[in-house]
Unconditional design. Structure first.
Length: 187
């Protein structure tokens, strides 16, 4: 796979769902909505998003309800274009879906593929090609990708970025400098 297109962009993981709060594996087959805490998280992130103003040209959003709701609530006042992008869907984790985190291998610390799910290799190829395709199509400003935790982890690891815990409803900027990528939380 080729390197990520050398262009600054933004990323936000959807706001909290009941699956997040309950420690359940929530992949690309479980289309769960935000909970009340998640809706509040987005309202707190909205002013941060609005401060970015003209830096963002559009929102590229996973087609899942939790990301769509996050994007729509975030974009309530800005009304930037929103595009739903299938390649940004969460990792399809097959038999791990809806299981407590303690009952499945930690997906970030194992090479095991989920039974009856998408292989790591397939998932990584999907995520990287989707990001690159959309960065290539973006104008002089930067897109905001609205997606999921495993998407973020896979992308940031591929980019060589030290991957912290990706918080719900927190906007990150990814900036290329001197052949390295830098991840910063937008405040």
């Amino acid at each position: 796979m080729k390197p990520i297109v050398n262009k600054k962009f933004y990323f936000i993981r959807h706001a909290q769902t009941d699956a997040n709060a309950q420690g359940l594996m929530c992949g690309g087959e479980w289309d769960i909505p935000l909970n009340n805490i998640g809706i509040e998280q987005v309202s707190l992130a909205r002013p941060v998003f609005e401060k970015l103003g003209d830096e963002i040209d559009k929102l590229l959003v996973s087609p899942m309800v939790r990301t769509k709701t996050t994007a729509n609530l975030l974009n309530k006042n800005m009304q930037l274009p929103i595009e739903y992008v299938e390649g940004l869907r969460e990792w399809c984790v097959g038999d791990w879906e809806k299981k407590p985190w303690d009952d499945v291998p930690n997906p970030f610390n194992t090479t095991e593929d989920p039974p009856n799910g998408e292989s790591r290799e397939e998932f990584e190829k999907r995520v990287i090609s989707t990001i690159n395709l959309n960065l290539e199509k973006s104008d002089d400003r930067s897109p905001l990708f609205v997606s999921h935790g495993a998407v973020a982890h896979t992308l940031f690891t591929y980019m060589g970025v030290d991957t912290p815990f990706i918080k719900n409803s927190t906007i990150y900027t990814l900036t290329p400098r001197e052949k390295h990528w830098y991840l910063e939380e937008v405040e």
